[in-house]
Ligand binder design. Structure first.
Ligand code: DAH
Length: 350
């Protein structure tokens, strides 16, 4: 049966030619079946092998195996080529088309206003300080000379944290009440205490930051909002230093024609204390004469004592105001909740 050996080579050549020419994956699979499948032409050849005389089997077996391996390699090679082709885009790439642009974000209006305020204070030697938003009663109230029965400390006004009672609830026992409850700071004034306790005077800081109160959200209230605190401690500091500083910053922020005035007020950590009103064209537009904007005063001697500063030597002033309020006036925004909704139609305007 020398015939079998002679048949291998031509059969292999036609199989190779067909596999390599398969135009797509489906055609390739069909060719594979036609040659190497159970009823394939090459398989039929292998079936004849059993009928060979013993002495011819080694040579025939070797030739068949070599041919089969060659066919399988050709099959795999063509399959890879076709798969790669199938993955390519159907349309040719047009390299002259403009690229896809990623839309650039913008700074939030509250960030813009905060940066402006910080820039003005830096010009006159203030540095930015910060402190934790999760505070304790000591830094938020006691050290600021704010008595235990002050309404700001009420659970209706302040977010208290576990474990001294469920969040916001009064402590479960007198022992827990005596310990220092943790809370979300209601104002940035707590940072005055932290900074004075960590460094000797003089101090010249501003503190932009987020604060929290148990307010229902409406057009002018939000349970979280931003404040800027200021603190200046040195020898012989006076109310006129305070007024001059505030005037400088507000003129920078809201226009050179802006006027301010101080009204007597009460804060437990300042004495005397004032509220600051301002007026300019923007306020007029709102149909108002003066608009209240901030609280301030001369640092209370009891506060100096609490942080270890000698009130006979050191004097100082402090102020605090809301950033949303200023942003609302500056940009003519009627509802504070817009700052917190993250609606890009709103944010894109700044
Ligand atoms: N902490 C006050 C508030 O949240 C604002 C304030 C008033 C801050 C007087 C001060 C100050 O530093 O001296 O309403």
């Amino acid at each position: 049966m020398a015939g079998l050996l002679d048949e291998i080579e031509p059969l292999k050549q036609s199989a190779l030619a067909e596999l390599k020419a398969a135009p797509d994956l489906a055609a390739l699979e069909r060719s594979k079946g036609a040659w190497l499948g159970p009823r394939g032409k090459f398989t039929a050849l292998m079936k004849q092998f059993g009928a060979l005389p013993k002495e011819e089997r080694p040579a025939a077996g070797k030739a068949i195996n070599a041919a089969k391996m060659e066919l399988e390699a050709a099959l795999a090679g063509r399959r890879e080529e076709l798969e790669l082709q199938a993955a390519l885009p159907r349309e040719p790439t047009d390299f002259s088309l403009p690229g896809r642009r990623r839309t650039l974000g913008k700074l939030h209006p509250l960030t813009l206003v905060t940066e402006d305020i910080v820039r003005s204070f830096r010009k006159i030697g203030f540095v930015v300080a910060d402190g934790p938003e999760i505070e304790d009663e000591y830094h938020c109230f006691d050290a600021l000379n704010t008595p235990a029965d002050h309404p700001a400390r009420d659970t209706q006004d302040t977010f208290y944290l576990a474990p001294n009672g469920a969040d916001g609830a009064p402590p479960p026992s007198p022992a827990a009440a005596a310990s220092d409850r943790r809370l979300l700071r209601t104002h940035t004034s707590s940072v005055q205490i932290r900074v004075m306790k960590s460094q000797p005077p003089p101090v010249r800081i501003i503190v932009p930051g987020r604060v929290y109160r148990r307010d229902n959200a409406d057009a002018t209230h939000n349970p979280t909002f931003q404040q800027i605190e200021g603190l200046y401690v040195d020898k012989n500091v006076t109310v006129s230093d305070l007024k001059g500083t505030v005037e400088f910053v507000f003129k920078e922020l809201l226009g050179a024609e802006t006027q301010i005035r101080f009204r007597p007020h009460y804060f437990s950590y300042t004495e005397p204390s004032f509220e600051i009103d301002f007026r300019n064209a923007l306020v007029k537009k709102l149909g108002k004469d003066w608009l209240e904007i901030a609280g301030c005063g001369m640092v209370h001697p009891a506060v100096f004592e609490n942080v270890g500063y000698d009130p006979e030597i050191w004097t100082g002033w402090a102020f605090g105001f809301g950033i949303e309020r200023i942003a609302m006036i500056r940009y003519g925004i009627a509802d504070i909740r817009l700052f917190y909704e993250n609606d890009v139609r709103f944010l894109k305007q700044f």
